[in-house]
Design a protein. Sequence first.
Length: 150
Amino acid sequence: MAITTLPPLDTKPLLVPVRPKPKVVNRGAKVFLRLLPDLKAEEGNRTSSRGFILILAAIVLFNVLALLAINTFMAQDAFVLERLKVATNATNDQRDAYLRMAEQKASPDYLAATAAKLGMVPATTIKYLDLNATPASVPTIGTLVVNPGK
């Protein structure tokens, strides 16, 4: 391990003369500009940015019109969707009304009142239909069945 010491305070540091740097930047810019043609406008002629501004205005106008068209189509679709929702709700309400009416007409109280209006009377005894018992002769199509009891 090496130990270093600081120089004594009374000694003056050595001054190294500083040489001025050459202006490389200016020379480089001149060389670069010599590669390009002279873009200065001639005396009396002034360059105009009117064409560039018109092109930018046309692009902005086109974008605004495109957004307007897109929003218009979206609004039309929203109106159609709203009309369809209203029609669906009306159809569902009508279906519910028909179902309520059918349930009301199928209720036992309504059926009893309608039967009484038609002249029907409640049964006093319950009779069952026996489908296993077959008659002695089966009538065929076109034969006249006469009820001898009446």
